[in-house]
Design a protein around this ligand. Structure first.
Ligand code: GLN
Length: 248
């Protein structure tokens, strides 16, 4: 039986705006294909064992939680995560978790919270929070529906270095920094983004991109059986319409 083992990093500390829903969406899509899902919650102090994991998820949190988590990541877990992603492990990081996987996050009070440098990017807090619904056009897929929809709420402005590509181009909303229209970042099979919502329930193609990356690495899977995405795509289209965009 196909299996997806998900390491959920800091579920108690980093879980904003329904980020946990991303795991429910992944689990649902694996089960509907007859597979099995195991979620391994990893809190501060728990060891990360890459051989026991197929995919990593880390959600969003506020500055205070990010400070604690940065300390835990600095004690070795961050280095191990970078090594696992370099080896092809898929990873999804949202908002606060995304910021922590960059080089650093400078808070509004000027404090510099060190990141693990998995993504070549850095974040500086601005005065105004960037809040609202977002639509992004992504080139993650060759063809077909290319939009991602979600909800953002962050003070941080993220700037991408040459070592990463953006996850997509902002169609509506703010994205990484409200300036260059980039949203999120990609490096190998790792995706970072500001999109909560939760993100995956309304973006089934991104869920499948992550599952396929995990199973290609583990089993050599070439493609996933399609699922009936009626509800997911109805929610996706409703979000686009609310932003004044035609459903793609
Ligand atoms: N503290 C970060 C910011 O405001 C992340 C917030 C979040 O995860 N929503 O930029």
């Amino acid at each position: 039986m196909l299996e997806l083992r998900i390491a959920h990093l800091y579920p108690r500390e980093l879980n904003l705006y329904g980020d946990r829903g991303n795991l429910l969406a992944l689990a649902d899509r694996v089960r509907r294909r007859g597979g099995r899902v195991t979620v391994v919650p990893l809190g501060p102090g728990d060891p990360f064992r890459p051989a026991e994991v197929d995919l990593v998820f880390i959600g969003g949190g506020q500055d205070r939680e990010q400070r604690w988590i940065a300390e835990d990541l600095a004690r070795g877990k961050g280095r191990e995560l970078v090594a696992a992603v370099r080896d092809g492990m898929p990873l999804l990081a949202v908002c606060g978790g995304y910021q922590l996987l960059g080089r650093y996050y400078r808070t509004a009070s000027g404090e510099k919270i060190p990141g693990v440098g998995l993504f070549d990017l850095w974040t500086e807090a601005g005065r105004r929070r960037l809040i609202g619904d977002v639509a992004v056009e992504s080139d993650l897929w060759e063809e077909g529906r290319r939009t991602l929809v979600g909800f953002e709420n962050h003070a941080g402005r993220t700037w991408l270095g040459p070592g990463v590509r953006p996850l997509g181009r902002v169609l509506r909303g703010h994205g990484n920094n409200d300036r260059d229209r980039s949203e999120g970042a990609r490096w190998l099979n790792a995706v970072g983004t500001y999109l909560h919502g939760a993100l995956l329930p309304r973006n089934p193609r991104l869920s499948d991109w992550l599952i396929l990356a995990a199973w290609r690495r583990k089993y050599g899977t070439e493609r996933l059986d399609p699922l009936d995405d009626r509800w997911e795509l109805t929610a996706h289209a409703a979000a686009l319409r609310r932003l004044g965009l035609a459903a793609s």
